[in-house]
Design a protein around this ligand. Structure first.
Ligand code: ADP
Ligand code: MG
Length: 621
C-alpha cells in the first residue's frame, strides 16, 4: 500500500503536513533519521505510518508513562494493534504483550528505555526484530539538558542488538550540539537529518529591559487591550505567579497555575482557560505541556527564562491559529544573576560531589546484586558527610547528581555503594551545558539581530533562508509595545566618538579590545559599553560578527566589531542623530557588586538574612 492511501485510509488524515511525506519515504526505505520539528508539528506520524507500510512491529521508546498511554490509546482508537510495557502494568499483562509481540501480533510496542535493562527483555525482542525503531523525545539521550535521562544513554549499547532495523529519532528541542549528540549516542548510520519549521511567521517577538518592580504595570498596560487576550504569562516562581494573578484579577479573569496547586485545581483552571472562561493564566513553566489552544494572542515572560529551548516552547503556544500574536520578554541584568545563583546551587562544584563520592564504600559483588555487608545506609552516609553541605537539600541534590551520573549503586533498602564508574566527565559536561544555556538565553535577550532569525539559527534550521521577520522589536521598533527609544546623553556622545575613532583606524577588532582601546580610564562599565555598541549596530554604523576561540578545551564566543564604511567620514552630529538607544533601566544590583564578586557571593548575601534573589525567585515550577 502506498503512503498516501495509508495516510487516508488507516490514519484518517486528508493530506500530509509539511515534511511528513519525505520523512516517511526515507523511513520506509530504511534510512536512519533524525527528525527535529516543533511540538505539534506531527512527528509521531513520521514513524507510525512507515511502520505500517514496512509491516512488522514498530518499537517505540518513550520517556513517560503518560505519553505512552496516550499514544497507545489513540492508536488503538484508530484501529491499530498497539501495546505498551511499563512499570505501571502488572506482570501478567506484560507477559501477554510479550507473547503477542513474538507472534507478530503487534503494530506498535511502546516501552520505556529502562525496560531494555531488565534481564532477558532485550533478548526477547531480538528474537523477532522490530521493523522500525522510534526513539521519541530523543533529546533525553543528551546529557546537555534538563531532560537528560541516564537510561536513554544506555540505548547506544542496547540498540545494536535489535539492528538492522532502521532507527528514527524524534525531538522538538535539539540544538545543533544536541543533534550531533543524539546521532553519535544512538549510533545512527548515514543518517538523514530533517530539521524544520522553527520559523513562526505570525509571531511578533519583543524583548525589553525592565526592572522587576516595573513589570506588573507593564503587564497590565499590555493586557488592557481586549484584542491581546487570551494570554499566558510565564512568571519565574509560584509566589510571583500568585501575586501577579492577584493584581490582574482586579480587572480581568485571571488565575495562577503552578505545580504547588492541587491537581483538581490545575485541571479546572486549564479547562476554564481552554473554554475562554479565563482570559489570563499566570503560570510557572509547569503550565503548557500538551496545551493546544489555538487563539492565544499574547505570551509574556516576566523574567528571563532559563534556556532558549524552554523559551521557544513557551512562546510556541501563541498564535497556533496562524493569526498575528505578540510575545514579550521582560528581563534585566538582575535576572541573570538569579539564574547564576541557582545554577551554582543546583550544580555544585565537582569537588564537593567528590567528597560525597569518596565517603561511599566501594562496591563488593555485582552492581545489580551487591554484597549486603559492603553497603552503607544513606542516612548514615548523610550523618558522616552532611557537614560539607549547606543543608539537607544541598546534600540530597548532590546525592541525586551522583546517582544520575552513575556514581552510586542504590538498593531497595536505601543502602548505597560507590559504583566505580567514571561519573565526573558526564557531570561536568552537564554543568557546563547549564552554564552555556544561561549564556545563550542572555545573549538572545541582549542581541540586536532579528529575534526570529536568532531563534532559527539556534535550532540549526538550515533550510530557512534567514530572512528577517519584519515584526520583532528589532525589525519593527516603532510598533513594539514596551520598548521606548531615547537620544544619546552628552557622556554617551563622547563615548560614541571615541569608539568610532578607534574603529576608523582598524578593520575589525573584538569588542573586548575595543572597550579597552576606546574607553580605558573612562568611568563606564563593560555592560554600558555593550549597550552603546548595540545602539551603534542597530543604526548600522557598526557591524558586529560573532566569532569564537578555544581555551582549555572550551569554546568561548565573542563579538568582533567593524565600522560600516558608509559612515567612515560622517561628522559626529549625523552619527548621533542616527543612533537611538533603547530606554533602559538599571538593574537592582549595585554596580560594584556586579563587577567584582562572583556568583557565589550572591549566595552569601542571601544567607545573611537580607531578602534577595533566593527569596524572590525559587527554582520551582
Ligand atoms: P509532535 O509529536 O510533533 O508534537 P504529534 O505527532 O503528537 O506532534 O501530532 C500533533 C497532532 O497533529 C496530533 O493530534 C496528530 O493527530 C495531528 N496530525 C499529525 N499529522 C497530521 C496530518 N497529516 N493531518 C492532520 N493532523 C495531523
Ligand atoms: Mg511527540
Amino acid at each position: 500500500m502506498n503512503l498516501q492511501t495509508t495516510l487516508q485510509e488507516k490514519f484518517g488524515f486528508e493530506e500530509f503536513r509539511p515534511y511528513q511525506q519525505e520523512v516517511c519515504e526515507l523511513a520506509v526505505a530504511g534510512r536512519d533519521l533524525l527528525l527535529v520539528m516543533p511540538t505539534g508539528a506531527g512527528k509521531s506520524l513520521c514513524y507510525q505510518l512507515p511502520g505500517i507500510v514496512r509491516g512488522g512491529t514498530t518499537l517505540v521508546i518513550s520517556p513517560l508513562v503518560a505519553l505512552m498511554e496516550d499514544q497507545v490509546y489513540k492508536l488503538k482508537k484508530q484501529g491499530f494493534r498497539a501495546e505498551r510495557i511499563h512499570a505501571g502494568r502488572d506482570r501478567a499483562a506484560s507477559r501477554v504483550v510479550c507473547v503477542d509481540y513474538l507472534q507478530g501480533q503487534l503494530d506498535y510496542l511502546f516501552i520505556a528505555p529502562e525496560r531494555l535493562a531488565v534481564p532477558g527483555f532485550l533478548e526477547m525482542l531480538a528474537k523477532r526484530k522490530p521493523s522500525l525503531i522510534a526513539v521519541d523525545e530523543a533529546h533525553c539521550i543528551s546529557e546537555w539538558g534538563h531532560d537528560f535521562r541516564p537510561e536513554y544513554r544506555m540505548l547506544g549499547q542496547r540498540l545494536p542488538e535489535l539492528r538492522p532495523s532502521p532507527v528514527i529519532a524524534l525531538t522538538a528541542t535539539a540544538t545543533v550540539k544536541v543533534q550531533d549528540d543524539i546521532v553519535t549516542q544512538l549510533g545512527l548510520k548515514q543518517e538523514v537529518r530533517s530539521i524544520h519549521g522553527f520559523r513562526r511567521s505570525n509571531l511578533a517577538l519583543e524583548i525589553v529591559e525592565l526592572n522587576p518592580s516595573e513589570r506588573t504595570d507593564a503587564v497590565a498596560e499590555i493586557l488592557q487591550s481586549p484584542e491581546r487576550l487570551p494570554a499566558i504569562i510565564y512568571a519565574p516562581t509560584r509566589k510571583d505567579a500568585e501575586e501577579q494573578a492577584k493584581a490582574l484579577k482586579t480587572w480581568t479573569k485571571a488565575e495562577a497555575y503552578h505545580a504547588g496547586l492541587a491537581s483538581e485545581t490545575r485541571e479546572r483552571i486549564q479547562a476554564q482557560f481552554l473554554e475562554d472562561k479565563i482570559q489570563v493564566i499566570v503560570a510557572t513553566i509547569a503550565f503548557g505541556m500538551g496545551i493546544d489552544k489555538p487563539n492565544i494572542r499574547t505570551v509574556l515572560h516576566t523574567a528571563l527564562p532559563s534556556s532558549v529551548e524552554g523559551y521557544y516552547q513557551e512562546i510556541g503556544r501563541a498564535g497556533r491559529d496562524g493569526k498575528p500574536s505578540r510575545v514579550i520578554l521582560m528581563h534585566s541584568y538582575a535576572d541573570r544573576r538569579t539564574h547564576e545563583f541557582f545554577t551554582n546551587r543546583d550544580y555544585p562544584e565537582t569537588e564537593l560531589l567528590k567528597k560525597l563520592y569518596l565517603a561511599l564504600p566501594p562496591l563488593l559483588g555485582p552492581a545489580n546484586n551487591p554484597l549486603k555487608s559492603s553497603l552503607l545506609a544513606k542516612d548514615v552516609l548523610q550523618s558522616q558527610v552532611g557537614h560539607f553541605f549547606k543543608d539537607e537539600l544541598a546534600f540530597e541534590n548532590a546525592f541525586q547528581k551522583l546517582r544520575i551520573h552513575g556514581a552510586i549503586v542504590l538498593n531497595g533498602d536505601g543502602e548505597v555503594a560507590r559504583s566505580g564508574r567514571d561519573w565526573m566527565k558526564s557531570y561536568e559536561a552537564q554543568r557546563m551545558h547549564r552554564v552555556r544555556q544561561l549564556e545563550q538565553i542572555a545573549r538572545f535577550a541582549e542581541s540586536h539581530q532579528c529575534r526570529m532569525v536568532h531563534l532559527i539559527k539556534h535550532f540549526g534550521d538550515q533550510e530557512d533562508g534567514g530572512r528577517t521577520c519584519g515584526l520583532c522589536d528589532v525589525c519593527d521598533p516603532v510598533n513594539s509595545l514596551l520598548k521606548k527609544e531615547r537620544e544619546l546623553s552628552n557622556d554617551e556622545k563622547r563615548y560614541v566618538e571615541r569608539i568610532v575613532a578607534v574603529l576608523r583606524e582598524i578593520d575589525e577588532m573584538s569588542t573586548g579590545k575595543l572597550f579597552q582601546a576606546a574607553l580605558a580610564g573612562v568611568p563606564i562599565e563593560r555592560r554600558d559599553f555593550e549597550y552603546l555598541v548595540s545602539g551603534l549596530a542597530r543604526a548600522e554604523i557598526v557591524r558586529l560578527r560573532e566569532d569564537a576561540f578555544e581555551k582549555d578545551g572550551k569554546v568561548i564566543n565573542y563579538m568582533r566589531a567593524s565600522l560600516n564604511q558608509m559612515w567612515a567620514d560622517s561628522p559626529s552630529s549625523s552619527l548621533f542623530a542616527a543612533i537611538k538607544l533603547n530606554h533602559r533601566v538599571r538593574s537592582g544590583v549595585k554596580k560594584k557588586t556586579v563587577r567584582k564578586k562572583s556568583a557565589g557571593s550572591v549566595r552569601k548575601r542571601s544567607s545573611t538574612g537580607k531578602k534577595s534573589v533566593s527569596e524572590r525567585f525559587r527554582n520551582e515550577s
